[in-house]
Structures are given as structure tokens and as C-alpha cells.
Design a binder for this molecule. Structure first.
Ligand code: ADP
Length: 476
């Protein structure tokens, strides 16, 4: 399989190719992606620029039909797309199929939004004057996506971009070109005019950077690491280009003495380890009060060690492999650092399976303090640490003592603490008796502090990023 660029409706010839490797079985090469030069990106941007005015002038019905067709095909093929996703990214088959379905649902949601777009008509403070507030497309948007949700994240950027009348250039992650290519094929046969959607494969430093720096791109939406996001922010700031960033997390899960133990263990097990811990909303800091600490650690440790780690495509697998060797080394490095700083590590050993892959047993690091590196820096693997605290007040201080602010959870039977936590957790998303990861597709997603920048993604709030506002005054 060759993953070619789609530019102005044409699948361009690949220049060179980068192998797409199955992390559950490194002998299995799914295909080869174009390793495009900067000129390919420039051609894609020019194609989007040419197509933008036509799509901006399209009717709500035209936009609805395109988005609905894309959503319908994704949902009809969710099993096949989910399998592709699990094979190239390593999350389990149910997780892969669930993510593919979510991508379809996102397109369906934004198909509906095309018919609900409205402005406002207001009276003026001046007599005889009318005021209208309307929204129009931003123009050409550049979308840069990571590997950990290789179909859902492109979907939640592309769908609102198209729904609100923009032309798109997508630069997907190098590690997961297969899902991005499958999505591009579906979009290309949806009836969307040529050039409105373009995809360019290649490295961040070549085609990603060209997209960010282009004077012909009006807005950038990025999901990825803090380092890359910060560099993109500097480049966009210099050009005053509209920008939306979703970056890391160091998400706290607070467990109070009055929590239901089973609920707390279920939520923590899911939040910390499912999807191999490779979710920006993963629960990486478990902040546990004294009275439940030992029972919680014993129960979670026992459940964690029973998790079945294996090939993402095996029915019995609960935790798939780490995405690649670099990430596996990073996970192991942080476990070493945690141990050298005094943490007690349970699990965390590399595992052999019948196929060669990046298998790592989930790890729980106990007896940690919040100032340890394992609690301050994002790792992005199947590992979580436990921080013992005296009471709710200390738990909240520790939960908020982080540069990040994406998701924050609490397990408690107390309405008082749950209500206080929802109001005072410094995070864009707060969860009560639920995992920090796992969100709905029709409501805003995003964080505060170092996790996010710019307007929220998803739900009808997405229009804040994908439209610009005009205020018109008319003398009656
Ligand atoms: P990760 O560690 O998850 O791979 P990155 O931030 O490196 O996170 O990558 C996220 C996305 O950003 C990928 O599509 C990557 O190619 C892209 N990217 C990396 N560097 C740059 C850059 N300098 N400019 C634009 N995009 C980049």
C-alpha cells in the first residue's frame, strides 16, 4: 500500500517512502507513506487557496450532504477501519473500532451543525439602526495531528473546518498514515469539490513547518507535544495567525476516603492504562487520601497485574503495545528516574510475545511525591504514580500543582467535595466518579494552563475557531 498525497483532487506520485510498521508485530509493514518535500505542501496550500472561495459560498445543504456521506461511510466501515487503526497504532480492536465509530459520529454531528448555523440580529443603541452579527469561514486551515487518535483527531478537526466553510490541508502524524489515508479516500468520494480537502504526508520539520509558516494559511489547529506546540505558537504569533493548540496533560485522579473502592479502582485502571496510557487525558497522578490509600493501592495493583498485554488484534488482549521503540524507551527511562527518586515500581517490565513488538507491562509507582519528575513531566505510557495525601484540601492543592490542566477526576461519595472539585480543579474537563479519559463527541474538549491554547475543539464551540465574526450596522 502506498499512501499518496491528495492535492487538488489528484493522488500525487510519492517521492520517497516511510514504512508504516505494526507495533504489535514489527515484521508487518502496512504500507509506505510519501516523505514529501516542502514543495508538495506549497502545492496543497495553493490548491486549498483556489478552492476556498467556492466552498465558502456553498449552501448548508451542500455541506450537509458531504459531511453526512463521510460519516455514513465511516460508520458502515467501522470494523475494517478500526482494525486498520489497531494494526498501525496498537490500541485494542474494541478501542480501534470505537474510535472509528466516533469519527463517523463526529461527521454526523457537524453535518447537523451545517443546518443550524445562525447569526444574531440585535437592536442598536442608536435609533433607526440595525445590527447583525454573522460568522464566515476563516479561509484555509492547516491541521496537524498526532498518532494516538489517528482517525478521531483528524475527524474532529476536518469536520468542523468543512462544516463552517473552510478549505483544509491535513498533515497527519508520521507513525499513523494508514488511517489518515483511508479518511482522505472517503472524503475524496463524498462529493466535496476538488482542492477543498488536501492531505500531505511527511515530517513535521519539513511539511509541518511549511504549513505553519505559510502566509497563505489563515489558521492552524495542532494536537501534539508541548515542545512542538510552543514552536508553532511562536511562528503563528509572529504572523498573527489564528491558532488552536491541544498538548499534554498530567491529569490527576483524586481518590478520597469516602469513595466507593470498586468505582475508584475501575476509573483509575481505565484512565491510567487503557489505550496503553497513550491518551493526553490519561490519569497519570493518582492522589489518594490516607484512609483508603493502602486498600486502593492493593486493589489497583492486583487488577493491573492481571491485565492481558498482547497483540492489539488478539481478542483476549486488554492492553496493546506501546506505539514505537522511541516511546518504549521513554517509558522505561521514566520508570528508572522514578525508582531513583525513591518511588516503588510495580510492573513495568518489557514482555515477549509470539510476534516481536513493543510490549510493556503496565506500571504503578507508589510512594511518590508531586515534585518528582514522574509527576511533573508527561510520559505518555501505561504508567501511573500514587501520591499519598492527608485530606481533600491537600489533594486539591496537589492536583492543581502542575503546569498542565487538561482533565481532572475525583472519586468520592460526597456531593460537597464533588461540587467543590468541579469548581476548583484547574482543568478544562472535570470528572466525578469517572475516568479522566473518555469524553463525549458533542461537547467541548480542551484544557487550561499549559495543556491548551485558543478556542475549544468539538461540539458547537468548534465554530469559535473555524469562523470569523462580522458585525454589520444598517441605517433603516
Ligand atoms: P509526538 O511526540 O506525539 O509525535 P509531535 O508534537 O512531535 O508529537 O507531533 C505531532 C504532530 O506535529 C505530527 O504530525 C508531527 O509531524 C508534527 N510536527 C512535528 N514537528 C513540527 C514542526 N516543527 N512544525 C509543524 N508540525 C510539526
Amino acid at each position: 500500500m502506498e499512501y499518496k498525497n491528495l492535492i487538488a483532487g489528484d493522488w500525487s506520485e510519492t517521492v520517497a517512502a516511510a514504512a508504516n510498521i505494526n507495533p504489535s508485530d514489527t515484521q508487518d509493514v502496512l504500507g509506505y507513506a510519501a516523505n514529501s518535500p516542502a514543495e508538495d505542501m506549497e502545492r496543497a496550500i495553493a490548491a486549498a487557496r483556489d478552492a476556498a472561495p467556492g466552498w465558502a459560498a456553498s449552501t448548508p445543504q451542500q455541506r450537509f450532504d458531504v459531511l453526512d456521506a463521510i460519516g455514513t461511510e465511516i460508520l458502515a466501515r467501522k470494523a475494517e477501519l478500526g482494525k486498520l487503526l489497531s494494526r498501525e497504532e496498537g490500541k485494542t480492536l474494541p478501542e480501534g473500532i470505537g474510535e472509528a465509530a466516533r469519527a463517523g459520529q463526529i461527521f454526523k454531528f457537524f453535518a447537523g451543525e451545517t443546518l443550524r448555523q445562525a447569526g444574531e440580529i440585535l437592536g442598536s443603541v442608536r435609533p433607526g439602526v440595525g445590527v447583525e452579527v454573522t460568522r464566515s469561514p476563516v479561509g484555509v486551515v492547516g491541521l496537524i495531528t498526532p498518532w494516538n487518535f489517528p482517525i478521531a483527531i483528524p475527524a474532529w478537526k476536518i469536520a468542523p473546518a468543512l462544516a463552517y466553510g473552510n478549505a483544509v490541508v491535513l498533515k497527519p502524524a508520521e507513525l499513523t498514515p494508514g488511517c489518515a489515508h483511508a479518511l482522505a479516500e472517503i472524503i475524496n468520494r463524498s462529493g466535496l469539490p476538488e482542492g477543498v480537502f488536501n492531505i500531505v504526508f511527511g515530517t513535521g520539520s519539513t511539511v509541518g513547518q511549511t504549513l505553519v509558516q505559510s502566509r497563505h494559511v489563515d489558521a492552524i489547529s495542532f494536537t501534539g507535544s508541548v515542545e512542538t506546540g510552543s514552536a508553532i505558537a511562536a511562528a503563528c504569533g509572529a504572523q498573527r495567525k489564528k491558532l488552536q493548540l491541544e498538548m499534554g496533560g498530567k491529569n490527576p485522579m483524586v481518590v478520597l476516603d469516602d469513595a466507593d473502592l470498586e468505582t475508584a479502582v475501575d476509573a483509575s485502571l481505565n484512565g491510567a492504562f487503557f489505550s496503553t496510557g497513550q491518551r493526553c487525558t490519561a490519569s497519570s497522578r493518582l492522589i489518594v487520601t490516607e484512609g483508603i490509600h493502602d486498600r486502593f493501592v492493593a486493589a489497583l495493583g492486583e487488577r493491573m497485574t492481571r491485565l492481558r498485554v498482547g497483540n492489539a488484534l488478539d481478542d483476549s488482549t486488554q492492553i496493546g503495545p506501546v506505539v514505537d521503540e522511541r516511546q518504549l524507551e521513554k517509558d522505561l527511562y521514566y520508570l528508572d528516574v522514578a525508582a531513583s527518586e525513591g518511588g516503588q515500581v510495580l510492573g513495568g517490565q518489557t514482555l515477549q510475545r509470539s510476534t516481536k513488538g513493543f510490549y510493556l507491562a503496565p506500571a504503578l509507582v507508589t510512594e511518590t511525591s508531586n515534585d518528582m519528575r514522574i509527576n511533573q513531566e508527561e510520559v505518555f505510557g501505561p504508567l501511573a504514580s500514587v501520591i499519598r495525601v492527608a485530606d481533600y484540601d491537600e489533594a486539591l492543592v496537589v492536583a492543581n500543582d502542575t503546569p498542565f490542566g487538561l482533565s481532572a477526576g475525583i472519586c468520592t461519595g460526597s456531593l460537597k467535595y464533588a461540587t467543590h472539585f468541579k469548581a476548583h480543579a484547574e482543568a478544562g474537563m472535570a470528572m466525578v466518579n469517572l475516568p479522566t479519559a473518555g469524553v463525549d463527541y458533542h461537547v467541548p474538549f480542551g484544557g487550561t494552563k499549559g495543556s491548551s491554547f485558543g478556542a475549544r475543539e468539538q461540539g458547537s464551540h468548534a465554530k469559535e475557531f473555524y469562523t470569523k465574526v462580522k458585525t454589520a450596522y444598517t441605517l433603516a
